[in-house]
Ligand binder design. Structure first.
Ligand SMILES: [Zn+2]
Ligand SMILES: [Zn+2]
Length: 125
């Protein structure tokens, strides 16, 4: 759980007063990196895709909807804590991976479905 002082909603990051880095933001759903402009376009699409994929999964593999991470605003230095944001987003994206119930490896849902076609359970003794 993120227990830092949450002064700023993630949304606000998109219009930062000071940009001190080439800003790339990790999508909290799929874990890919996007620019500050494309993330706002990508995110709703990604969430939609996430829902579609989640629907296709067997019931026991379905996941709760990913939550957008919140970040703190580092006031003294006047920039947004992008590292924390991306870290939180990355962790969130990792949580979207679904473990194979046969071999235990984790996959994105669409990969898992492909994987399970070829994943054979260990022969029973
Ligand atoms: Zn995404
Ligand atoms: Zn497997």
């Amino acid at each position: 759980m993120l227990k830092t002082t949450l002064i700023l909603r993630y949304n606000c990051y998109l219009q930062p007063p000071v940009i001190r880095w080439p800003p790339t933001i990790i999508c909290y759903i799929c874990g890919r990196e996007y620019g500050t402009k494309s993330i706002s376009i990508h995110e709703p699409q990604c969430l939609k895709k996430w829902h579609q994929e989640n629907e296709m999964l067997p019931k026991h593999l379905r996941r709760p909807e990913p939550k957008k991470p919140e970040v703190s605003y580092v006031q003294a230095k006047g920039f947004y804590d992008l590292d924390s944001l991306n870290k939180a987003a990355w962790i969130s994206a990792q949580n979207q991976l679904v473990p194979c119930d046969i071999c235990g490896r984790t996959f994105l849902p669409d990969r898992l479905i492909v994987h399970q076609k070829s994943c054979k359970p260990k022969p029973a003794k």
